[in-house]
Design a protein around this ligand. Structure first.
Ligand code: ZN
Ligand code: MN
Length: 479
């Protein structure tokens, strides 16, 4: 059965200071409800929108990064629908009609190893306010409150063609988008609700179902998985899959029916009469390009060609701007790119909690900075410590924030030099790990596993060199 998945991704332009059509600030989070508002974003009669010029630049930069065509002239449209969070009863957005397109059209983005998704359009629009339910959920609440602090926050909506069929690809694609908007400096994806995703899913024999407002990218993957299974089951039982809008229930991990889907014509799009068509001109794009920051793909190329990293290591680094920045700061302190990159990509990441693996806040839970990794890499390359030891030092560093040299000196002081104590530990490990011992006889590299166990047993205090000698000796003796 053929599955088609398309995405609509909303990114708040948090890099801007003011809203899209008024001078209210974009920093609305944590503010007293309805304190970050003015007559314009409240939609009061007689107000007129004034377009934020910088927002047009940011949206164009996103369009260019996604290989879209940016037209010479843009317009805004009213998208009409009634919902309490929409004070004007229409959203100012863009639309492709009368030969005028949204700010970006017909792009494409390469993601994962060699996959490509087409971008249908990129449009600039305003965020609605927020409905807050008195008891947290719509069903259980007696009343709801509306907070317009978010109303008018500039959004860029990225619409893809239905080019995905595997939920895993959806996740990879969204990671790439995150990395791009972070590199452009237009959206701080760490902020709650700054990136939201609607997912369209259809399976062969059914109609298209839209899942609204999935909060995080790992949730998007789960929502898609659930929806594909649900629709396939229905089709196989000859139950009609209707076109509808569903909501992702984050707590129960299911999608729920919310309303039958509006058709495009239900929105009665028409040109916004209070904003004239805006001529960007031919030179606009040309003038923008040189000022664009380095994008993830170019950065990856540079890491490979100028710094000698492997494509895989470079890929892991650029997928997360925070990680790539951390890497570049570290090699400024100790210029050994391969060694440093390996410490970050294989060792440091292993200390990051699964829940922190996405988004820009990867290293927030660890007490580690570039200075720690720079020193550790130097110590290893100068043979002050061996790798096994260095890995243990790193474990201590990320918990305490102590410098690796300090941790090494402390453990040196308590180092077990007495080889009979170490021999006892080796003895115990050989008894407990018989299959690993058998492995090690076939494959000398497997001795490192036994060494790790000895280090564990001695709480890292055994001298690794002595321990490894004893292990190898014992392996030879007992063959
Ligand atoms: Zn305002
Ligand atoms: Mn939208």
């Amino acid at each position: 059965m053929q599955t088609k998945i398309g995405l609509e991704i909303h990114c708040q332009l948090t890099g801007l200071k003011s809203k899209l059509f008024c001078s209210c600030g974009t920093d609305y989070r944590g503010k007293e409800p309805n304190s970050n508002v003015c007559p314009t974003c409240l939609g009061l009669p007689g107000t007129l929108p004034l377009l934020n010029k910088k927002a047009v630049e940011f949206a164009s930069m996103i369009s260019l990064a996604l290989d879209c065509r940016v037209p010479e002239e843009i317009m805004f449209y009213r998208k009409n629908y009634f919902y309490p969070d929409l004070p004007k009863n229409f959203q100012l957005t863009q639309y492709n009609a009368y030969g005028i397109t949204s700010i970006g059209v017909d792009g494409s983005l390469q993601y994962g190893d060699d996959k490509v998704a087409r971008i249908r359009r990129v449009q600039l629009e305003e965020d609605p306010g927020r409905v807050v339910y008195e008891s947290g959920s719509m069903e259980k609440s007696l009343y709801a409150l509306v907070d317009y602090n978010r109303a008018g926050i500039p959004l860029v909506e990225i619409v893809t063609e239905p080019d995905f069929s595997d939920p895993k690809d959806v996740r990879l694609f969204l990671n790439k988008i995150t990395s791009i908007v972070e590199h452009l400096g237009v959206c701080d994806t760490k902020l709650e609700g700054s990136v939201r995703c609607d997912v369209n899913v259809s399976v062969q024999g059914g109609l298209r179902v839209e899942i609204k407002n999935v909060g995080s990218f790992s949730e998007a993957e789960k929502a898609v998985r659930y929806e594909i299974a649900r629709q396939k089951t229905m089709v196989s039982r000859n139950i009609e899959v209707k076109a509808e809008t569903r909501h992702w229930d984050d707590a129960r991990k299911i999608t729920k029916e919310s309303r039958s889907k509006e058709e495009e014509q239900d929105y009665r799009y028409f040109p916004e009469p209070d904003i004239p068509a805006i001529t960007l001109g031919k030179d606009f794009v040309l003038s923008l390009k040189p000022s664009m920051p380095e994008l993830p793909d170019a950065r990856k190329e540079r890491f490979i060609s100028a710094l000698g990293l492997s494509p895989h290591v470079a890929q892991v680094l650029i997928e997360n701007k925070e990680l790539a920045d951390f890497f570049e700061l570290t090699i400024k302190l100790y210029n050994s790119p391969k060694e440093v990159a390996n410490w970050i990509v294989t060792d440091l990441i292993s200390f990051v909690d699964e829940k922190d693996r996405e988004g820009g806040n990867l290293l927030a839970g660890l007490k580690v900075g570039p200075e720690h990794i720079a020193e550790l890499a130097r110590m290893v390359e100068q043979n002050t410590v061996n790798r096994t030891m260095a890995k243990q030092i790193l474990g201590q560093v990320v918990r305490t924030g102590e410098m690796p040299s300090v941790v090494a000196r402390k453990s040196q002081a308590t180092r077990i030099a007495d080889s009979s104590v170490i021999a006892d530990a080796v003895e115990a490990v050989f008894k407990a790990e018989q299959s690993a011992v058998a492995d090690a006889r076939q494959n000398p590299n497997a001795a490192n596993f036994l060494l790790g166990k000895v280090m564990q047993l001695t709480k890292g205090r055994a001298d690794p060199k002595t321990a490894l000698e004893l292990i190898n000796k014992k392996l030879r003796e007992t063959t």
